[in-house]
Design a protein around this ligand. Structure first.
Ligand SMILES: Nc1ncnc2c1ncn2[C@@H]1O[C@H](COP(=O)(O)OP(=O)(O)OP(=O)(O)O)[C@@H](O)[C@H]1O
Length: 236
């Protein structure tokens, strides 16, 4: 396996206030990694730094062997990083189908790129709703659309920031099902979520952030064996 994303000594600020302190994270190609921690601990900021939206002030970020910490967001996206952001951010006035097509690209140069039929296969609900506008969808359908839209860019790294937030249990299960499928297909994923047991079952490695610092890193077996960690760093 080769390293797809490597973050070393990441320090990020909002104006004068420092939010990330020497964050390190390495994700191998084909792995599913998580970022865990309570609200406000720096998970979204880490993602924003990867994407170039809130650039690193210090430290390095490399993606597929290339330094990206100083690149503008559009160049970083074009290298093959797609995000399903908190709050989904789909286009309300485009149909489901138009939302999906709007970002289509084969950034991964995949021999089997994601296409509309393949998206509809994993999310049959989106096919049924393909002519509906984004703003006519339920929360769960919007979330599926946000994932489908990210996949249509054929990213090498897919990042999901709280993709199950606010969803009813059955819809959450639908999202976990799709993430399992994606993992089986070899998709590299960085996922932020709060359902630790689900993430232990899905992911290979985990990073816990506490006030902008990495306080624990390890694999699913190690995290599963230490429920005291969940209580200490993750429970509200
Ligand atoms: N635009 C901003 N300007 C100033 N401070 C910010 C900004 N966005 C986030 N912060 C602060 O940075 C810290 C980390 O926030 P971040 O959103 O990365 O946390 P998080 O772990 O993703 O939590 P959440 O799940 O609540 O989004 C918090 O203290 C937050 O108040």
């Amino acid at each position: 396996m080769s390293i797809l994303l490597e973050i070393q000594g990441l320090q990020t600020f909002y104006g004068p206030s420092q939010v990330l302190f020497n964050v390190n994270l390495t994700i191998q190609e084909g792995q599913v990694a998580t970022l865990l921690g309570r609200n406000g601990m720096g998970k979204t900021t880490t993602v924003r730094s990867i994407l170039g939206l809130t650039p690193a002030r210090k430290g390095l970020i490399s993606f597929a062997g290339r330094r990206i910490e100083a690149l503008p967001p559009e160049q970083i996206a074009a290298l093959g990083i797609a995000v399903v952001p908190e709050g989904r951010q789909i286009f309300p006035n485009l149909t489901v189908k138009e939302n999906l097509i709007a970002f289509a690209a084969n950034r991964n140069q995949s021999p089997q790129p994601w296409t509309l039929p393949r998206i509809y296969e994993i999310f049959p609900r989106l096919q049924e709703r393909q002519h509906n506008l984004g703003n006519q969808l339920s929360g769960g359908e919007q979330q599926m659309l946000a994932i489908g839209r990210a996949l249509m860019t054929n990213p090498r790294l897919l990042i999901l920031d709280e993709a199950t937030e606010g969803l009813a249990p059955l819809l959450r299960e639908e999202i976990w099902r799709v993430l399992r499928l994606l993992k089986q297909s070899g998709q590299t994923i960085l996922v932020i979520d709060k359902y630790v047991e689900r993430l232990i079952a899905l992911a290979d490695q985990h990073t816990i952030l506490e006030r902008g610092r990495v306080v624990w890193q390890g694999n699913s077996e190690a995290l599963g064996a230490q429920p005291e960690l969940w209580k200490r760093y993750l429970s509200v």
